[in-house]
Design a protein around this ligand. Structure first.
Ligand code: MN
Length: 728
């Protein structure tokens, strides 16, 4: 040791390690200390200090604020050796072994990523995450490194201050939050805030300081009766006035456009109990609420339901002296450790680092899953958005039927839940029961819900799902499925088309087909094949049209084509026969027409006609997207059509209804309809599957109000989850 200053530094570090760590290999720390001191001996920091002060301070932060193990402290001492000196990673490996070399290497690589500006942000994340999940200590070391750099940021040039501060806010703080390192997260955010918005920071800091005395004397008054009571009960405790950090106050003021007084609870206290029994927290809450009036809506029990990062505490608000609101947090010493030091506190009691907490392990495997895949299907931007969302999102707690807890982001639906259980359950979820009641798939779940997913192998994801799921997991599974399904249906549509053309001995190339495809509402060959596969375009109809065109350039009276007589088609036919045709410009006229299969209009729907080349007039829904596309450039082929009214001004309308089947339900529904103003039921088609029903009821109604009344009544029937005018 060269001089006394360094001897004292080493002794201080060892003392802190001895106090905070379970086991300390003092010799290892001493060797790392000397190695680092020697390696950095020529380097100076921007502040003018010897460079060695930096790794030393980082090691202190690790030992004090993220106390994990001696290996982390040693890695902190060595973390800049490879980056800033002539030593290489193999020198570290020779001297200190694979584990420490691995951590130092990981930390160095992360630094490298940020050095090169060409690499996209998403790419940096990806690399950082991957090295992080290999050994979590890499990440903890980076937190400590960044914290010390932010503490000493004032010596750097302005543009560097801004860049590092932004990066701290965008990357390091959210991660620290996820790891439960609340104290570090706050300090990082406040430091970044200080450099990004110096004026706002100074202003806020000054105001808060000026009110400190007022706050402290009030808190003193508030806690006197509590202290007395707790002492009588012989509970060992500590009460502290709770500082709030500036960045969060600033954010609240900004987002709510409010003044300091309106957002800042000046009065907040924390009670830490020296006990291992969590029930004592509730006892203390009882004591406090016997002294001050509690506000029940603001009571939060994070003890029975910890946050995802392991945080546990009681949060309560009571009315203190002079009618002022006081926020109170109550927790045990152990919970407090975890609240401030997060994973580090968790792990301190664990034997083995490969055994992480289950929650964190899940989170890390999620990270690995989305980033390791190197997903070429998903744009980086999208990935980043959902990732950032997941870092900050509030959580809800829901349960499986067996009572197993699932933590999901706020806004999650049964589809998110289903995917969180298993991708197969997600891909086939038909509906869900919450607390025994059927809910639609876009129902927003709430904390405490017990969710049961009903699956059907016939059910598969559709594009609508993507709009209401919020988890990355669900989104990427749905997108993947849809893409796969699109490919499959194009392939099978093409096969079908080729078979049919072969059968008709029709030789025709894609260029010729595409012209006809447009008439049938397909933009390109892919869409054409897909529509053939799904039955929206009938291959034989197209072939017939092509044959007609080839033989006779003038359209000739074609055959009316009816599709397969499936249940649904039969229903459509019955429905349409009731009105006996359609009207053109208000008059009932006999003319050749057929109904478009893309939108299946039925009486009551607003319709429009499109004059085709071979099939007379095709009737579409006014809202049909295919119609909109076809008519865009061919306005002269549009024909105004409608439904004739029947029986003295009534018209037919279909109601789509679904829900959970039970005995007598159908009877109840039909009674209800016919009992209301003698409504005439013209047809009923109901499918029941897995105790769920889904179907249509065709009724004669006088007007839309009449129809809406019936729908409202149907919605109130027990078991009916949805009833609406049929539009497809
Ligand atoms: Mn460093």
């Amino acid at each position: 040791m060269r001089n006394g200053i360094y001897k004292k530094k080493l002794d201080d570090l060892l003392a802190i390690c001895r106090k905070n760590l379970k086991t300390v290999n003092e010799d290892l720390i001493r060797r790392a200390f000397e190695f680092s001191l020697e390696a950095h001996r020529h380097d100076i920091r921007a502040s003018g200090d010897p460079f060695f002060n930096h790794p030393y301070e980082v090691a202190l932060i690790v030992a004090k604020e993220i106390p994990l193990d001696d290996v982390s402290v040693v890695s902190a001492l060595l973390h800049d050796v490879v980056e800033d000196t002539d030593y290489e990673i193999k020198d570290i490996r020779e001297e200190f072994g694979d584990t420490i070399a691995g951590i130092v290497d990981g930390a160095t690589k992360i630094t490298d990523i940020f050095r090169s500006h060409e690499i996209t942000q998403a790419e940096s994340y990806r690399k950082m995450l991957l090295s992080m999940v290999n050994d979590i200590r890499v990440m903890l070391l980076k937190f400590a490194d960044r914290l010390h750099n932010m503490r000493t940021l004032e010596y750097l040039p302005p543009e560097k201050k801004i860049r590092l501060s932004r990066e701290t806010l965008d990357i390091y703080a959210p991660f620290a939050h996820r790891f439960g390192l609340a104290k570090i997260k706050w300090e990082l955010e406040d430091l970044a805030f200080k450099y990004l918005e110096p004026a706002a920071y100074e202003d806020l800091a000054r105001t808060l300081k000026s009110r400190r005395r007022e706050r402290e004397s009030y808190i003193k008054k508030f806690i006197i009766p509590i202290e007395k009571k707790l002492k009588n009960d012989r509970t060992a405790f500590e009460i502290e006035g709770r500082p709030k950090h500036l960045f969060s106050i600033h954010n609240k003021m900004q987002s709510r456009h409010k003044q300091l007084d309106e957002v800042y609870d000046l009065f907040a206290v924390r009670i830490i109990l020296d006990t291992e029994n969590p029930n004592d927290c509730f006892t203390v809450y009882g004591i406090i609420s016997s002294i001050y009036l509690p506000i029940p809506e603001r009571f939060k029990n994070y003890i029975s339901m910890p946050k995802k990062n392991g945080y546990q505490s009681i949060h309560a608000t009571v009315v203190g002296p002079e009618g002022k609101m006081v926020e109170v947090q109550i927790r045990t010493r152990g919970m407090h450790e975890i609240a401030e030091k997060g994973v580090a506190a968790h792990w301190r009691y664990k034997e083995n680092f490969s055994r992480l907490d289950e929650e964190l392990e899940n989170w890390i495997s999620w990270v690995r899953e989305i980033f390791d895949r190197g997903d070429e299907e998903e744009p980086d931007q999208q990935l980043m958005e959902s990732f950032k969302l997941n870092l900050y999102q509030d959580e809800i707690y829901v349960f499986t039927p067996r009572g197993e807890l699932k933590i999901l982001p706020r806004g999650s639906t049964p589809v998110d839940f289903a995917y969180s259980v298993h991708s197969n359950i997600g891909n086939h979820c038909l509906s869900a029961k919450v607390a025994g009641k059927i809910v639609p798939l876009n129902h927003v779940l709430r904390s405490g819900d017990q969710v049961e997913i009903i699956t059907s192998k016939n059910q598969t994801p559709n594009a609508d799902w993507d709009k209401y799921v919020v988890t990355h997991r669900a989104k990427s599974h749905i997108r993947r499925w849809l893409k796969e399904e699109h490919r499959r249906s194009v392939r099978s549509g093409r096969d079908l088309w080729e078979k049919r053309t072969k059968k008709h001995k029709l030789s025709i190339n894609d260029d010729e087909v595409i012209g006809f495809a447009h008439d049938f509402g397909a933009d390109d060959m892919g869409e054409f094949y897909e529509k053939i596969h799904s039955g929206l375009i009938d291959a034989d109809t197209v072939i017939r049209e092509i044959e007609i065109q080839k033989k006779h350039p003038q359209p000739e009276s074609p055959q009316r084509i009816d599709g397969q007589e499936g249940l649904f088609n039969r229903f459509l036919t019955t429905a349409r026969n009731i009105t006996g045709g359609i009207t053109v410009f208000g008059n009932r006229e006999a003319f050749l027409h057929s109904f478009a299969k893309c939108c299946n209009p039925i009486p009551g729907d607003e319709i429009v006609g499109f004059i085709t080349k071979g099939e007379g007039v095709k009737i579409h829904l006014k809202t049909c997207p295919n119609f909109a596309r076809m008519s865009e450039s061919q306005a002269s082929r549009i024909l105004e059509v409608g439904w004739p009214s029947i029986n003295g001004g009534e018209y037919a309308a279909a109601i789509r209804i679904s829900g959970e089947d039970r005995t007598g339900l159908l009877n109840e529904i039909t009674q209800l309809i016919s009992g209301y103003q003698n409504t005439n039921i013209r047809g009923v088609k109901i499918d029941v599957k897995d105790s769920l029903f889904d179907g249509s009821i065709l009724v004669n109604v006088k007007n839309t109000e009449h129809l809406n009344r019936i729908i409202e009544k149907l919605k109130k029937v027990r078991g009916v989850s949805s009833a609406q005018r049929q539009a497809e």
